[in-house]
Design a protein around this ligand. Sequence first.
Ligand code: FAD
Ligand code: FES
Ligand code: FES
Length: 477
Amino acid sequence: MRNKVIFYLNGKRHEVGAEQASMMLGDYLRYEKNLTGTKIVCAEGDCGACSVLRYFPHAKGTDDNNYLPINSCITVVANLDGSSLVTVDALKDENELHVAQKAMIKCHGSQCGFCTPGFVVALTGLVEEKIAKKETTLNVVEAKNCMTGNLCRCTGYQPIIDAALTMDLKKAQSVKERFFSPEQKEVLEEKFQTGIAIETEDFSYSAPKTIQEALNYLAANPDTRIVGASTDLGVVHNKRKITLTKLLSLHLIQDLYDIQLKNNVVTLGARVTMTEFRHFMKDKCPEVSNYLDIFASPQIKNLATVVGNVANASPIGDTPPALLALNASVIVNGNKEILLSDFFIGYRKTALQTGELITGIKFHLPKAGADFKLYKNSNRKDLDISAVNLGIQIEWNDHLKTSIKNIYIAAGGVAETPVRFKRTEDSLKTTLDLDAAVKILHTEFKPVSDVRASGAYRHILIENFLRRFFAECGGNK
Ligand SMILES: Cc1cc2nc3c(=O)[nH]c(=O)nc-3n(C[C@H](O)[C@H](O)[C@H](O)COP(=O)(O)OP(=O)(O)OC[C@H]3O[C@@H](n4cnc5c(N)ncnc54)[C@H](O)[C@@H]3O)c2cc1C
Ligand code: FES
Ligand code: FES
């Protein structure tokens, strides 16, 4: 066992114990390392000022693994074990600014400067992606998409978009080539073979090598919190509603990084990130990857786990309705399955027992001829929590879509848990009469009114999504 967390920062090896491992990365960079280029503004993952680049060589499930932007304000240092990090402070190479920095200056993309380092990091992430793909041009959609996790309060976005489009990709130097050496890879891989046990009065952090060891640890330490990427937990911690002092991480259990498709069944491990999931689903079920385009921001997706989104059991989480419509199951302790429709049992309560953990998620891809759609409504398109979301899958009895074999309709933002509309499903299965089904639909939920939407508006949205599904897919008689 080791009692230190290891990572590389701007090319230099760091091994840190309890005191520093328990900090948020943004604070560690600024107060311990004097790397003050990284700014902390919102401290809740929303503005991107704290963005840094992270390369995680152990990730699977993606063939374009690279330095990706993440939010340092909500990421516990311990969770970066095994990573290679690069901050904005290191982007300038001797006297030569990075092409993203040069372009920001040229296009007057900075005014007060608080947001600027985050934008530069987001743009550098895009440059890395382009270098990896050997592409030397980028378009305005790519420019805007790479910045959906960054807010600027004073310059306005146009000069920053202009900067993105002005970056000289032919002259861009690869961060990966500059900062990730074969020696680094060897050290990180070797250290990844050993579990972590940090035990002090103020902070305990355990990262075992197997599921059984994790279960043993949980049994002996029932007050320990399982941590994924802390994109939920980090926000709650920063708002001082919880403290992250006793953590169990599954990041050293290598099988949990797997995502695979076998016999039309997708199985993904607890360490698979949203970015990896989105990437994996792109050619297998574009409906899922398109839906994940508007999940949070690139910075959040690059860290957040799919399992964390399900375990968090938020009534407005985005993956639960999608996975419910795919009739997914949660894999518990590596050996037991719970249907997702039986998993959410109350407000932020799941069927998970004390001492249990989620090791993965499993679902069938929609069969040929089935219709599957996902809808999300939020006040802003990007980086916003859903007001409501809806997933629908219908397997038809015949290609003319005159009767239904199986139907799954699930929504978020309408009750204290994500829900299946089972009576509406039954009604449509019995008679394909949409108006009759809509009447039943409205009796199946009583949404609250809050800052995101009124209850009445939520009713309208859910009805309209259902009607839209049939308008898009046909099948209504
Ligand atoms: C700015 C911002 C934007 C966001 N946007 C969206 C959005 O658009 N849509 C959306 O749905 N969510 C959004 N989120 C929420 C969050 O990013 C997701 O819920 C994310 O998937 C959580 O994953 P994580 O790995 O970070 O989980 P963590 O924060 O580490 O954990 C979340 C919960 O899951 C539990 N947990 C984690 N792993 C396991 C496990 N293996 N077994 C049992 N329990 C476990 C933890 O104990 C904790 O209770 C956003 C968050 C932020 C900060
Ligand atoms: S400080 Fe705003 S996202 Fe981190
Ligand atoms: S330049 Fe001031 S917030 Fe963007």
